[in-house]
Design a protein around this ligand. Structure first.
Ligand SMILES: NC(=O)C1=CN([C@@H]2O[C@H](COP(=O)(O)OP(=O)(O)OC[C@H]3O[C@@H](n4cnc5c(N)ncnc54)[C@H](OP(=O)(O)O)[C@@H]3O)[C@@H](O)[C@H]2O)C=CC1
Ligand SMILES: CC(C)=CCC[C@@H](C)[C@H]1CC[C@H]2C3=C(CC[C@]12C)[C@@]1(C)CCC(=O)[C@@H](C)[C@@H]1CC3
Length: 345
């Protein structure tokens, strides 16, 4: 039987390019597109089936930023699949971004220019707010929803005699200084995106420590700078139209300017082909594109403290307990209300 692969945020950008590449690599795949918008998911499925007729492409409704949706999606997965070979944790958001134009111009004329274009360090801030579960939106979407999904699917992914893989789409924008262990949701800062991506790097390391012996392996990737809905949302469209030629020019000198979703999906695709035991849990696998347009993957060491990563993992487990308690209280209240309605009628 073909490998079972689930991709979150599969209906656009890097997630969609990854699906295309995986189906080209292995036609026997059982691919599951986990998306929040079913209309877009249907359209994506139809497009994938046009280029890969006969492929097995399922849809799963998943809003990774909603606890209720994650729990119900996990139930569906458990009922449908006997195992999961790859779970790509790719869905992500960067809401209300602001570019510090002054810092951009200062950076342009400094020695830090290459790093600035590769990581956006010091350039970007975002405004975040709590969602209906009381969690910060960016944290909930980019990290916690995925964590809860992994916890729910552990029985399928930790089976004796098999290995399963988690592959995160992180970012070179992940920065230690943007994350605080005392504010893991980044309620008080202005860089929730950077914090959430750093959090995924730490979680991946902790998961390897706790789950490798059960056959579950986790890796993190950075796709480089890719022109997708997420990037286009950072600045007005006329600006992008103006600077696109400059972006293609910069690409000649900066291998992190992968620019197309196909190129950005390079490391995600490369990891699909690797044996998990051969991978470095402390490395982030970067998609890179040379000036002449050749794609390759390069591991770079992450700046992570083991102790903080462990503490973070414990905090996530505590938060998971609290959230589950809240969900069962809510369910009990609903049931009591339904009973009351039944009695009144
Ligand atoms: N573009 C870049 O330069 C870089 C991107 N990344 C990361 O790559 C990943 C993919 O982003 P990219 O392809 O660029 O951007 P896109 O906006 O094109 O893709 C993001 C995907 O995530 C989905 N998504 C967002 N929120 C949710 C949610 N709550 N539940 C389910 N799905 C959701 C979106 O669905 P919908 O269509 O419904 O919005 C979309 O399919 C992200 O994690 C991003 O942080 C990392 C580094 C660089
Ligand atoms: C080319 C000129 C003159 C201006 C463009 C400046 C910025 C808009 C651009 C510079 C570095 C970019 C960047 C990202 C977004 C757009 C920039 C800030 C990302 C933050 C997109 C999402 C990620 O996760 C990062 C890896 C990107 C890093 C670089």
């Amino acid at each position: 039987m073909g490998k079972v692969v689930i991709v979150t945020g599969a209906n656009s950008g890097i997630g969609l390019a990854l699906c295309e590449r995986l189906l080209t690599e292995d036609a026997r795949l059982r691919l599951c597109l986990a998306c929040r918008n079913m209309q877009r998911a249907e359209a994506t499925r139809a497009a994938l089936l046009t280029s890969h007729s006969g492929a097995s492409v399922d849809l799963l409704h998943l809003d990774v930023g909603s606890v209720r949706s994650v729990l119900s999606a996990a139930r569906e997965v458990k009922a449908k699949y006997g195992r999961i070979d790859f779970l790509y944790l790719n869905a992500g958001i960067m809401p209300n971004p602001t570019v510090d134009i002054k810092a951009l111009f200062r950076g342009l004329f400094s020695r830090n220019v290459i790093n600035m274009f590769a990581t956006a360090e010091g350039l970007l801030t975002q405004q975040d707010s709590p969602n209906s579960d009381g969690l910060q939106e960016v944290f909930a979407t980019n990290l916690f929803g995925h964590f809860l999904l992994i916890r729910e699917l552990e029985p399928l992914m930790c089976q004796p005699g098999r290995t399963s893989r988690l592959i995160w789409t992180s970012s070179s924008n992940a920065r230690r200084s943007a994350f605080s262990i005392d504010d893991i949701q980044h309620r008080h800062g202005k860089e929730p995106y950077s914090s959430s991506k750093y959090a995924s790097d730490m979680l991946s390391l902790a998961l390897n420590k706790h789950k490798n012996h059960q056959g579950l392996f986790s890796s993190v990737t950075c796709p480089g700078l890719v022109m997708t809905n997420l990037t286009f949302g950072i600045l007005p469209s006329f600006f992008w139209t103006l600077i696109m030629p400059i972006m293609w020019l910069i690409r000649i000198f900066t291998n992190t300017f992968t620019l197309t979703p196909y190129n950005g999906a390079e490391a995600l695709h490369w990891l699909f082909l690797q044996k998990p035991e051969s991978l470095d849990p402390r490395a982030k696998y970067h998609s890179l594109t040379s000036g002449s347009g050749t794609n390759y993957t390069e591991p770079r060491q992450m700046d992570i403290d083991d102790e903080i990563s462990e503490t973070f993992y414990s905090k996530l487990l505590e938060l998971e307990k609290a959230i589950r308690r809240k969900v069962s209280e809510r369910n009990a209240e609903n049931k009591a209300y339904q009973r009351y309605l039944g009695e009144v009628e």
